[in-house]
Design a protein around this ligand. Sequence first.
Ligand code: NAD
Length: 244
Amino acid sequence: MTVTPASRRGPGRAPDRIVVLTGAGLSAESGIPTFRDGDGLWERHRIEDVATPEAFDRDPALVLRFYDMRRAAAATAQPNPAHAALARLSHHPGVTLVTQNIDTLLERAGARDVIHMHGRIDGALCAACDHRWTAPAAMAPADPCPACGRPRTRPDIVWFGEMPYHMDQIEQALARAQLFAAIGTSGQVYPAAGFVDFARAVGAETVELNLVPTDDALDRFDASIAGPAGRTVPAWVEGLIGPG
Ligand code: NAD
């Protein structure tokens, strides 16, 4: 099952409204571990220990150390050809780029208006007053908020059990989508995992690009393109908007 929508449409003829959802697989070739693959983050850390509000209440120092490590890893990683291709696509009219990734490799590749539905590793948030600022390399539980002074700072990350950011904006884009693509995501974390169903319900063409097709890809997507994102995404983008 490797029929690409672009091959049916003809190269360089993108639909007017495209929504792209990316996941950890997009950044895998940049050396940032995914969550659920064999050597993924959850093999080494339990979700309950590091990525929930309860974990932060219980042991904020541990949670902040986990994100300090991820911030350092993200800062030294370099965008790969898939980030570069999506950055080019993001400048095309009618494209909405949504990422579950907390790294900023899409921005560093030149992408514009990336919607970070799970937050950003380079951001800090005050849980008391919602003020946001650039996170320092190392965060400490007693760090005061620069705006209100209270020691309630946390990473600007959406933890399991919390509501993802920008859902209204994403749903508006999905409601108008003619093409929906899910790239490098296992489709296990909701609500993002449900975007394909939403897009199909409004009549959008749907395609998955993943290292290997996800379990129910045949049922949920019109097409599935298998292979590493660094190879498949540039070819897919070229099929939509032509060569760069
Ligand atoms: P996931 O780990 O559940 O799934 C990753 C998917 O990418 C898998 O289906 C895997 O087959 C695929 N994949 C692996 N290498 C690939 C490659 N080279 N090319 C194409 N596909 C590849 O990740 P997910 O679906 O994004 O899970 C959602 C959660 O993971 C989100 O909450 C997100 O915030 C978080 N996450 C983000 C990062 C990051 O910021 N880079 C890293 C790990 C996890």
